[in-house]
Design a binder for this molecule. Structure first.
Ligand SMILES: O=C(O)C1=C[C@@H](OP(=O)(O)O)[C@@H](O)[C@H](O)C1
Ligand SMILES: C=C(OP(=O)(O)O)C(=O)O
Length: 466
């Protein structure tokens, strides 16, 4: 791990125009579907980050040919994908999932469509992220899975792994059909099976049974993307998804910028009482990050969308709010709530305990480390106003905890983030992008350790931390 990153403190309101790299969720869905498609595909302006690189490597291990081609995106080349051949003889191969939920959940069904022994593993924390429902569902659809080192043929329920590491014994085809799973731990369990379902012999009838499914917007994204490529999906009955067997049409798509990752930049407007504009905001999108348009006004910002540019203006204070089901936006929302001058309650995010880290515990610990007042509830967080002070924020290998630290640093002097490089999961150039934002129309000062501090609190922002 590199040295702690001194989070820039904003001496003036931010006034910046920012774009961010391509959507992780769209890039990794389209990579999966390109690998399953009936011909070569092109992703324009895709994300290039650790999560997308892990996906590319995984699909190459299964036989897809993926190359780069010059494109017009600001954040790297286009990707050309030749699908996994049928049959794909992969022999013994390995897939590194890193800490990417999309890789560990979306790739095993594709492995089952190849012939070989495909060993999946990932970062230490990936081994505790929930995986059991996907493994059990695949097993009940006729796929062989085992823990590493299990005796050959030991693939029964008792021997079946519940998490990484595990091996998929691919036979080249998956029977498919009806399967019941509990997707209350992650919407990705549903998306994983839907993405490959058209390639199962009998298609797929997936039924959820259990507490409510979180992050439903991400399942809606999966369904919309599939339909756009000619896959028939019936989601008319709540808790049921039926995918007809068929082909996935090859495609040429432009990936939208990642609206969830636009969040920390938009949050900078609130944290400093400034203005942040994001051009090329998609007009009609499946991304959960479009919800910033509803969330940020609840926290006191003025938000407009005109001619494709989203403009967020922060006011003199951040107001607390009750917000439900904020999904992957929750860490950024919580960072702002900790700077608010009235209490907040975030609900419907119990499953964040199974994300890159236990995000509810991490957010409470780091808000308290800064002198703030936060506590966990059964399904979320309560955050109350308190004056914050500088501290070393822990990122727990979680990109969104690291960017939460950056947001706090704008408004609170002396914040450092222990591992800013962990933002490479989805935004490899985050520190440079943050510095560029601050260099526009503002005079943020990056404080060296030991440098006498002559910075003042953000002008016009007199919340709980003034
Ligand atoms: O399908 C996807 O691309 C994602 C689904 C969500 O997962 P959960 O349902 O586990 O929250 C989200 O939080 C994650 O960042 C990306
Ligand atoms: C939960 C997240 O990631 P993953 O795709 O690894 O689940 C996230 O990016 O907030």
């Amino acid at each position: 791990m590199s040295a702690a990153w001194p989070a820039p403190f904003a001496t003036r309101p931010v006034d910046a125009t920012v774009t961010v790299p391509g959507s992780k969720s769209l890039t990794n869905r389209y990579l999966i579907l390109a690998a399953l498609a009936d011909g070569p595909s092109r992703l324009r302006a895709p994300l290039h980050s650790r999560d997308s690189a892990l996906m590319v490597a995984a699909l190459r291990a299964l036989g897809a040919r993926i190359t780069e081609a010059e494109g017009d995106g600001d954040y790297g080349p286009d990707l050309l994908v030749q699908p996994i051949p049928t049959p794909s003889e992969v022999g013994r191969t390995a897939v590194d999932c890193g800490l990417a939920g999309t890789v560990m959940r979306f790739v095993p069904p594709l492995a089952a469509l190849c012939r070989g022994e495909i060993a999946f593993d990932g970062d230490p924390h990936a081994r505790v992220r929930p995986m059991g429902p996907v493994i059990d569902a695949l097993a009940s659809l006729g796929v062989g899975l085992s823990s590493p080192g299990a005796p050959a043929g030991a693939r029964g329920r008792a021997e079946r792994p519940a998490s990484l590491p595990f091996t998929v014994h691919g036979t080249g085809s998956v029977r498919g059909g009806h399967v019941v799973l509990d997707a209350s731990g992650s919407s990705q369990f549903v998306s994983a099976l839907l993405l490959a379902g058209a390639r199962f012999e009998e298609g797929l009838h997936l039924e959820h049974s259990g507490p409510p499914v979180p992050s439903l917007d991400h399942i809606a994204m999966t369904v919309t993307v599939l339909r756009g490529l000619g896959v028939e999906v019936d989601d008319s009955r709540p808790g049921h998804w039926i995918v007809s067997p068929g082909t996935v049409r090859a495609f040429d798509v432009r990936i939208e910028q990642d609206l969830s990752n636009a969040g920390p930049f938009l949050a900078a407007a609130l944290a400093t009482g400034g203005t942040v504009r994001v051009p090329n905001w998609p007009d009609g999108t499946t991304q959960v990050g479009d919800a910033w348009r509803e969330i940020l006004p609840r926290l006191g910002a003025e938000v407009t969308l005109e001619d494709g540019t989203l403009t967020v203006r922060g006011g003199a204070r951040i107001t607390g709010a009750e917000l439900a089901d904020t999904s992957e936006l929750a860490p950024t929302v919580a960072a702002l709530c900790a700077l608010a001058d009235s209490p907040s309650r975030l609900t419907g995010i119990a499953h964040l305990r199974g994300h890159e880290t236990d995000r509810l515990a991490a957010l409470v610990a780091e808000i308290r480390r800064l002198g703030g007042d936060a506590e966990e509830t059964e399904d979320g967080l309560v955050i109350r106003p308190a004056a914050l002070r500088g501290a070393l924020v822990r990122s727990y290998a979680d990109h969104r905890m690291a960017t939460a630290g950056a947001i706090w640093g704008l408004a609170v002097e002396g914040v450092e983030v222990d591992d800013i490089a962990t933002t490479s999961k989805t935004m490899p150039e985050f520190p440079q992008m943050w510095a560029r934002m601050l260099a526009q129309g503002s005079s943020a000062v990056e404080r060296d350790a030991g440098q006498p501090s002559d910075v003042q609190h953000a002008v016009g922002h007199e919340g709980a931390n003034a």
